[in-house]
Write a protein that binds this ligand. Structure first.
Ligand code: NAD
Length: 350
């Protein structure tokens, strides 16, 4: 079992047959799925997170399959201030998923925490990767870096994020790429712009899990705005496959969209959830939130060319898998997914 405190040493060095890889944000939604997939394909995996699976309920559930795996080492560390050199020693690839997600909370109240988690931690990690001679850093960027759009976003489009979260993710992405173009660096970087990810283990603050939980429990789901907003939803296994493929891309630096293949309105999503659960989702009308763009959609041309990426799980299938997982949760965990709307002070004021 992992223990709290500093990292347990020695961390396995890996071999050419099973190279050591490091996943930051390993106890999180996407990071824990990535850890499982890497272990399943024979990698020696070091998972880093500041949430400990022994003391944090969701982190423990997320990493339940990994913690006792012989090729998994747990490191309880905050990337923004921990010593990273021993953790990265001998690593071939680092998947940097640690970060503070969520558009709405990034306004005002918690901005400093976003800067620390998404910018300061990223800069510390990239510098440590260079020192350790890591070959590849894969950075979990976000569709939020694009800002308002009227068509499917291409990686070459201008980036005009309209939330503090999007701005910190873009800063993290640019920092990683700046290191990759340094003449004295052997580090190569692939930044993946994930479009709204869903599936089992999704964070409780995200829309789909809360919609499904609203239908199951009869509690009202807070509908921000009129439901016409469109989102490209991406099933988590597709994101994991793209992320692993990014570790092998033969380019010094690249930025690649990772989307689900279709952009769907929130109204249509509510309809699919209602059909799937057999119950309409009860709604509570809430004003549209600052920082929420009207639409996201991914142009996947680059992802197909670079990563041979094709999303394989469509929305109805992915929602059914997500629902099945929610239904299997113990009651005290399902409660975490019940709809709630707790605006922070800045949201109330704005
Ligand atoms: P998550 O909150 O479930 O996972 C992030 C993990 O990072 C958490 O376990 C957290 O404890 C950890 N973490 C944060 N700061 C840390 C630090 N300084 N040191 C160590 N650990 C730290 O979030 P997620 O939804 O799995 O997102 C993972 C990454 O993907 C994030 O960087 C996020 O910005 C990005 N992303 C997610 C989505 C999405 O739809 N979920 C979309 C675009 C981008």
């Amino acid at each position: 079992r992992p223990s709290p405190g500093s990292c347990p040493i020695p961390i396995p060095p890996g071999s050419s047959a099973s190279p050591k890889v490091v996943v930051t944000g390993a106890a999180g939604f996407i990071g824990s799925h990535l850890v499982d997939a890497l272990l399943a394909t024979g990698h020696v995996v070091v998972g880093v997170d500041r949430r400990n699976p022994c003391s944090d309920l969701l982190a423990g559930l997320n990493l339940a399959g990994a913690v006792n795996h012989p090729k998994f080492t747990w490191v309880d560390a905050d990337v923004a201030n921990a010593s990273l050199d021993a953790v990265l020693d001998g690593a071939d690839c680092v998947f940097h998923l640690a970060g503070l997600p969520g558009v709405r909370r990034s306004w005002g109240c918690e901005f400093a925490a976003y800067v620390t988690a998404n910018i300061v931690a990223t800069e510390r990690l990239v510098a440590a990767c260079e020192r350790a001679g890591v070959r590849r850093l894969v950075y979990a960027s976000s569709s939020s870096v694009y800002g308002p759009t009227t068509a499917a976003s291409r990686e070459s489009d201008p980036t005009r994020p309209i939330s503090p979260y999007g701005i910190t993710k873009l800063a993290g992405e640019l920092l990683c790429l700046a290191h990759a173009v340094r003449a004295d660096s052997r580090l190569s970087v692939v930044a993946l712009r994930y479009f709204t990810v869903y599936g089992p283990r999704q964070r409780p603050d995200m829309a789909i899990g809360r919609m499904l939980a609203a239908a199951l429990t009869g509690k009202r789901y807070p509908l921000f705005g009129n439901g016409s907003q469109r989102r490209e939803f991406t099933y988590v296994s597709d994101v994991v496959n793209a992320t692993i493929a990014a570790s092998r891309l033969e380019q010094r630096h690249a930025v690649v969209n990772v989307g689900g293949g279709a952009s769907v309105s929130i109204t249509d999503l509510l309809g699919i959830v209602g059909d799937l659960t057999g119950r309409p989702v009860p709604l509570a009308a809430v004003a549209a939130q600052p920082g929420d763009v009207c639409a996201t959609a991914a142009d996947l041309t680059n992802a197909r060319a670079c990563l041979d990426y094709r999303p394989s799980v469509n929305l109805p299938v992915g929602l059914a898998l997500h629902l099945e997982w929610l239904r299997g949760l113990p009651a005290q965990v399902l409660r975490l997914y019940e709809p709630m709307f707790e605006p922070c002070a800045a949201e109330v004021a704005s």
